[in-house]
Design a protein around this ligand. Structure first.
Ligand code: FAD
Length: 459
């Protein structure tokens, strides 16, 4: 039996962030991982998908170079080359992370762990005891009843990341973040893509205006989006799939494609790990915590995708750091989930922080909104991107939501989140100088306009 201050089960974004911070605070830490340090985000999530999206951007730039007066042509996509580039990025980050974890003196335990008591985790017959245990076992790609993933023609994001070819055509089931990102990559690589989404719009949790802009942009790019349409059945054939879908009204339709990507959400990895037996309160497999990330069992915390809420790596990092500080007795301030920035890295990007207009109306009653079109932003014109900055403010109060659509706008969400999380009023932001010509300027201009002194805006 080995004893620690903290035993962390799962070394993804939430778990390893917790381990790193706990070790930094002088606590003795064991980090149990059955796969690779870094978890979903590093190996089959954020990082490899964003590398693919960057390769997709390069393909688009080559294809569309003539509009910038540059003579280049796109000869084709070498998936072995794309995968080599993607895997190289992941490998370098993995080495860096491994070194960091070793350097902090964390005991890494390789193998599948199981919670066997409030303070004990068993791995391959050895029991690791912790004054505190942090559950961070992450998530897996869900499917639908009657839809079996065979890894060849019916795939999840994990297999999509390993494809050694560009599919000629793809049906993407689910118009959420992961679905929209793969649709974007494959279209840039030359595939015919149809997204099927059961809810009435793409990226349903985003502000309705962002969904509409994205749908327009996707349409222009030749990505077909069937919203309000649900999956009915699938038939596999030698060359691909035949999928029957049911639109909200009218007759069922059958679509054909080389592959079907199932991107209908991610479920928590909590089954069979001893959580139930130890009396951890759960809801549909998710681990319930209070606002200190504490479960109902003394000394047991949970972080990341197994906790209901946004399934994002940076939320996991923050929760992991928070728990380490909580265990160390630093009493960190709790944080509001609506202040967590969200980015979908398709082309165009969609980014946001805070409340949508509908949520703000529900919370505050009266709200003011302002939409600044990127048409008035020099840098966006240079990039030839379209989109907008939308601000939502409680009447006469602070900015409570920022919604962005356009190429590269994910990088603007850094300033947007400071504005929302620091409860800034448009009048506070208006005097701050934004460099010209940047896309950041669009944020500055939007706040100038909302403060009643628009510069390059017709209001
Ligand atoms: P995970 O990263 O899933 O880590 C859990 C770890 O626990 C895994 O390594 C697993 O092997 C291990 N584990 C599980 N059970 C056991 C056990 N019994 N014993 C030992 N080890 C165990 N988020 C973003 O913020 N930005 C993005 O751009 C983004 N893109 C994404 C793209 C895709 C395709 C996917 C799938 C996800 C993406 N995400 C993104 C989400 C992000 O990856 C997750 O929110 C994040 O990884 C969650 O961290 P976690 O620590 O909760 O779980």
């Amino acid at each position: 039996m080995e004893q620690f201050d903290v035993v962390v089960l799962g070394a993804g974004s939430g778990g390893y962030a917790c381990a790193l911070r706990a070790a930094q605070l002088g606590l003795g830490v064991a980090l149990v991982e059955k796969g690779k340090l870094g978890g979903t985000c590093l190996h089959v999530g954020c990082i490899p998908t964003k590398a693919l999206l960057h390769a997709a951007e390069v393909a688009d730039l080559a294809r569309e170079s003539a509009q910038f007066g540059v003579r280049a042509s796109l000869d084709g996509i070498d998936m072995a080359g794309v995968n080599g580039y993607k895997d190289g990025v992941v490998d370098r980050l993995f080495k860096g992370l491994t070194g960091l974890i070793q350097g902090r003196g964390i005991t890494v335990v390789e193998g599948e762990g199981r919670l066997t008591g409030p303070g004990t985790v068993e791995v391959g017959g050895t029991t690791y005891t912790g004054r505190n245990v942090v559950l961070a076992t992450g998530s897996y790609a869900r499917s639908l009843p009657g839809l079996d993933v065979d890894g060849e023609r019916v795939i999840t994001s994990e297999q999509a990341l390993r494809l050694d070819r560009v599919p000629g055509s793809a049906i993407v089931l689910g118009g959420g973040v992961i679905g929209c990102e793969f649709a974007s990559v494959w279209r840039s690589f030359g595939a015919e893509v149809t997204i099927v989404e059961a809810l009435p719009r793409l990226l349903p949790p985003e502000d309705e205006s962002s969904s509409k802009s994205l749908e327009r942009a996707f349409r222009k790019r030749g990505i077909k989006a069937m919203t309000g349409t649900s999956f009915q059945s699938i038939e596999l054939h030698e060359d691909g799939v035949r999928v029957t879908v049911q639109p909200g009204s009218g007759a069922a339709t059958t679509l054909e494609a080389d592959v079907l990507l199932v991107a209908v959400g991610r479920g928590p990895v909590t089954e069979g790990l001893g959580y139930d037996e130890q009396g951890i309160a759960m809801d549909r497999g998710f681990v319930l915590t209070d606002d200190r990330m504490h479960t109902n069992v003394d000394g047991v915390y949970a972080v990341g995708d197994i906790v209901p809420g946004l399934q994002l790596a940076h939320r996991g990092f923050q929760q992991g750091i928070f728990v380490a500080e909580e265990i160390a007795g630093l009493a960190p301030p709790s944080f509001d989930e609506s202040g967590i920035p969200r980015v979908t890295y398709c082309d165009p990007e969609v980014a946001s922080v805070g409340l949508t207009e509908a949520q703000a109306r529900e919370r505050y009653g009266e709200v003011e909104t302002l939409t600044y079109d990127l048409g008035g932003n020099g840098k966006s014109q240079i990039l030839k991107t379209q989109g907008a900055v939308k601000l939502v403010r409680s009447k006469g109060g602070p900015v409570v939501g920022v919604h962005l659509v356009g190429a590269r706008v994910g990088e603007l969400v850094g300033e947007a989140q400071l504005i929302v999380n620091w409860d800034a009023h448009p009048e506070d932001v208006a005097p701050l100088v934004h460099a010209h010509p940047t896309q950041n300027e669009a944020l500055g201009e939007a706040h100038l306009a909302l403060a009643g002194k628009p510069l390059h805006a017709h209001t």
